[in-house]
Design a protein around this ligand. Sequence first.
Ligand code: PEP
Length: 253
Amino acid sequence: MIPFIAGNWKMHMTNEEGVALARRVRDLVGENRDVEIVIAPPFTSLSDVKRAIEGSTIRLAAQNVFWEREGAFTGEISPPMLKAIGCEYVIVGHSERRRIFGESDEDVNRKLIATLKEGMRPILCVGETIEERRAGKTLEVVRRQVDKGLQGIHGREIKDVIIAYEPVWAIGTGETATPEQAEEVHCSIKEWLFEGFGFEEAKDCRVIYGGSVKPENIDALMAESNIDGALVGGASLKAESFARIVNFRHTKT
Ligand code: PEP
């Protein structure tokens, strides 16, 4: 199972800026085969960024999707549209979508299923708020999001899902979960997956960490045995920082 590092550009970068960033990332890490590298630009630059990374090992993700294939859904983007321009991954259930746009676990599940059905791989984001952590509800909340997010998927599909544990209090705040805090939750997620889908089916499902990941903390996070990669927001907007994260030092025992 190779590590998975994804950059979520969020609502940053015009098309021109995005293409320049993608080219720079490509120059720095575009031949790396030891890590699965994914970038998720805004919808407006997906096509041009795809062209900029063509021929490299970098893969393309969308930051969101709607679950219907086509129809009267003004402003939405469907799975076939993303597939057609070369997206291989889709982020679903990011905490900003849940919190700002009111996405429910059921919405996230529909998006995840629609993504898989189209032959793309969902990156399912889960994570507790600071209030939930302080109330000792971290595992309860994350378990609900994992269970509901994955509802209805078949055992053989779980290897195509990436689960991103992103504590809401660590996203964009500069505050990172300690490697031990992250490892505890990752370990539980893997146990639930093994229980629900069986070890053989679930062993290749990667559980990655997100929340203020930067060059300074990636090595310690990746040293934990159940952290299989990272979802990187802010630090993915600078090619050098993202490249340093991709080139994390391998110290896993
Ligand atoms: C994210 O957008 O998923 C994220 C983790 O952001 P940041 O790295 O900026 O905290």
